[in-house]
Design a binder for this molecule. Structure first.
Ligand code: SF4
Length: 374
């Protein structure tokens, strides 16, 4: 895995000093970005929700390349979540309600526009959950004091020509040079490759964004238990939504790994073993990641965190659960979930994994079947 990152970054990151140097280099890149931010231009708000965790560096660099100022909403807190819950349609899943809360926060900050892309597809032959398509319309319908939205459609299932047409159209409407806008987008796309390469060095997306912003972070050492954690990026990287799942696991002596840390080729190859292709981008990664964890002897167990009301997960989680041979736990959270219930389940799961690893007990249940088979 590190070989691949080293190829991308052109240095050997296997030593601590090389890693520190890499963090400093990223710090320098981030500072360069801040210099561009000094130029006066409209202020665009980016909600810290949904695909912020996949694309923030790219989106930020795009606007900065145009000389625009970027404002991000703060990490989710109770006030932001409650406001989103109050405004959003009740059928929406928790992460969409949280996105409402962030958009409301930004609309009060006097930003000139809010970036709310209509995400349809981010790769060929695969799609994003349909709720992403409706985000701009839902925001407009529900929030009265909303500033203008930059709601460009991103549908890469049709190739990059569709996106370029959208960018040119937006440039003409905004009075910018279409060539400049296309160039700004193409340059910014490299930031997503950078972000992914940081993840593959063993960091979750939220941590990788912090490193990209210039905050050096220590590499994690070995732990007593290794658990593969599955879930959507906006659930796993928002500690308010996931009830501080990773903090809790760390306290319990667990090294938690997530799909973005794995080699994407391995993940896709594993997902392709299913008789039918999963056509949701994130669902496919989760299936592939689960199958990789299931075969990896270093992984003791698997946790899947989903949000109540998630349509794609109601199918993907079941497909995964039925195929797992290792201990598997499904955690469902929503706006009513409490930390106490989560801690109890995590403690019981980790306890079971320790006993199983130390062979204190076998895998035969009182009913005479393997306790983790289906
Ligand atoms: S995939 Fe699930 S959690 Fe994500 S936006 Fe769609 S319904 Fe909500």
């Amino acid at each position: 895995m590190l070989d691949k990152i080293n190829n991308i970054l052109g240095s050997d990151l296997t030593t601590d000093s090389a890693w520190a140097g890499y963090c400093n280099r990223k710090n320098h890149v981030a500072l360069e970005g801040q210099k561009i931010k000094q130029k006066s231009g409209p202020r665009v708000g980016i909600p810290r929700a949904l695909f912020y965790y996949h694309f923030f560096p790219q989106w930020k660099r795009f606007f900065e390349n145009l000389g625009w100022e970027v404002q991000v909403s703060p990490p989710t807190n109770k006030a932001i979540a409650n406001e989103g819950i109050a405004e959003a349609v009740s059928e929406a899943c928790f992460p969409v309600k949280v996105h409402y809360g962030h958009s409301l926060y930004l609309s009060r900050q006097g930003v000139d526009l809010i970036f709310a892309p209509r995400l349809i597809s981010i790769e060929r032959r695969s799609y994003i959950c349909p709720k992403f398509m409706g985000i701009p319309d839902m925001l407009r319908a529900q929030i009265k004091s909303l500033p203008p939205l930059f709601d460009i459609s991103i549908d890469l299932s049709q190739g990059s020509r569709h996106l370029n047409r959208q960018l040119r159209q937006w440039a003409l409407e905004t009075g910018l040079s279409p060539h400049q806008v296309e160039q700004a987008w193409q340059q910014a796309e490299r930031e997503t490759d950078y972000l992914n390469s940081i993840c593959r060095a063993g960091f979750r997306l939220g941590e990788a964004i912090r490193i990209w912003e210039g905050h050096p972070m220590a590499k994690k050492g070995p732990a007593a238990l290794n658990i593969g954690v599955l879930g959507h990026c906006y659930t796993l990287n928002d500690s308010f939504v996931n009830l501080n799942l990773f903090g809790r696991l760390q306290e319990m002596g667990v090294n938690a790994v997530t799909v973005e840390m794995a080699d994407p080729d391995l993940v896709h190859k594993a997902a392709d073993q299913l008789p039918k292709r999963v056509f949701w981008t994130v669902g496919r990664d989760l299936v592939g990641g689960a199958l990789v964890y299931d075969r990896d002897p270093a992984i003791d167990g698997i946790i899947y965190m989903t949000c109540f009301g998630c349509g794609p997960d109601s199918m993907v989680a079941k497909v995964i659960e039925r195929r797992m041979k290792k201990p598997f736990m499904l955690l469902t959270v929503d706006e009513h979930s409490g930390e106490a219930g989560l801690i109890t389940r995590l403690e019981a799961f980790c306890d079971m994994l320790r006993r199983r690893r130390d062979r204190v007990e076998d895998n035969i249940s009182p009913h005479g079947k393997f306790s983790y088979s289906h």
